[in-house]
Design a protein around this ligand. Structure first.
Ligand code: SF4
Length: 362
């Protein structure tokens, strides 16, 4: 299976079944891994998994991100709107006072010019979670809602359906960076099950802290089974950013280069990642594809997943673009009459995916 389709299956599975059952997997990596009650005391039965695709930082994007939260916490996050809060809005939302105060007295020093804070204040007021008033030249602010601590854990999943030994080695280096930085609470690798025992070589190549999910299809249903459990990473401790790691060997005595990532930076980045996943979900793939093409369909109510009628198969996001030679616009008649859903099938596909995304948040 192509990586894009595989990625969507892993996202759909995680949305329904996260967290994976404890106890089925193999491996000694489980020692300090997840138990039936998570490290934060949230019972697995209460965990709501909010799944995002292609979310991360400027330097590193993960294929699948699972934000573990609860429905109660999602409800508390709801008043801040369906769009993400970026770092500037998060700064205002997290520090806004409960009663009227001059904004420079109420907020900590941002470390950048106050005029940018003023812009964020106006944006926050427009979005409805902050109130403002003027006292002469001074802008006073008061929050309408407390920004909740709604993120329990962040789990990063790298997807690689056809994982052979050389792909495993290449991925291992990337995953080592993730483990050293400790931005996510857990890091997993999802790969398509071969039906055979997991090759020891694959397990050996991976950092022991990384969990492995074997994904398979049984009677039309996709399932993922942990074959190695990850270790929980220290998200509250300083992380190590590996900038350069020389290959070593007889003629290479150069040193590796590192820098530290402090816990405050990590905390802020984790929130930004969670906010991004909240906004995008995993069905936003439609935004980079061509649902306005007459051949574009969505199939399988469990996804839904994209389908190209012209190719007679699932298309990838990369091929379903302006460069596609088989692209044909939706006939205007689909939009004006005859077609049962207002706006034509392209618009209907977008609406369906958006509705599913919204339902997930609320
Ligand atoms: S023909 Fe091309 S643009 Fe149209 S749905 Fe298929 S892949 Fe996408």
């Amino acid at each position: 299976m192509k990586e894009f389709g595989f990625e969507l299956r892993v996202c759909a599975w995680a949305e329904r079944h996260w967290p994976p059952d404890v106890g089925d997997g193999v491996g000694e990596g489980n020692d300090d891994g997840r138990e039936a009650t998570g490290a934060d005391g949230v019972d697995d039965a209460e965990v709501t998994a909010l799944v995002g695709r292609q979310v991360g930082t400027r330097r590193r994007r993960w294929d699948t991100v699972v934000v573990e939260t609860t429905q109660t916490k999602l409800d508390e996050r709801g008043p801040f709107g369906a769009e993400r809060l970026d770092s500037d809005l998060l700064f205002v939302a997290r520090h806004a006072p409960a009663s009227w105060a001059y904004y420079r007295d109420a907020l900590p020093d941002p470390g950048y010019p106050w005029r940018y804070v003023r812009e964020s204040i106006h944006e926050a007021a427009d979005r409805g979670f902050l109130e403002t008033r003027r006292d002469g030249n001074r802008i006073e602010i008061r929050r309408r809602y407390r920004y909740p601590e709604w993120v329990d854990r962040i789990v990063a999943v790298e997807n690689k359906p056809d994982l052979d030994a050389s792909a495993a080695r290449a991925l291992a280096a990337q995953l080592e960076h993730d483990v050293a930085l400790g931005l996510a609470d857990e890091v997993w690798l999802a790969t398509e099950s071969t039906g055979a025992e997991v090759e020891p070589a694959l397990l050996e190549a991976m950092p022991v802290e990384v969990g492995i999910l074997a994904v398979s299809r049984e009677e039309g249903t996709w399932r993922a089974e942990p074959v190695w459990y990850p270790r929980s990473l220290s998200v509250d401790d300083p992380g190590t950013r590996i900038l350069e790691r020389p290959p070593g060997g007889d003629f290479d005595a150069s040193a590796a280069r590192f820098e530290y990532a402090d816990p405050d930076w990590k905390h802020g980045k984790r929130l930004e990642i969670a906010e991004r996943a909240y906004e995008r979900g995993w069905r936003s793939y439609v935004e980079t594809m061509r649902p306005d093409c007459r051949h574009f369909q969505v199939r399988d109510p469990r996804g839904p997943y994209p389908w190209c009628a012209a190719k007679g198969r699932e298309q990838t996001a990369a091929e379903c673009s302006a460069r596609c030679a088989a692209f044909e616009p939706e006939p205007p008649a689909w939009r004006t009459r005859g077609w049962p859903i207002e706006g034509g099938p392209g618009k209907a596909a977008r609406r369906l995916l958006e509705a599913k995304r919204t339902r997930r948040r609320s």
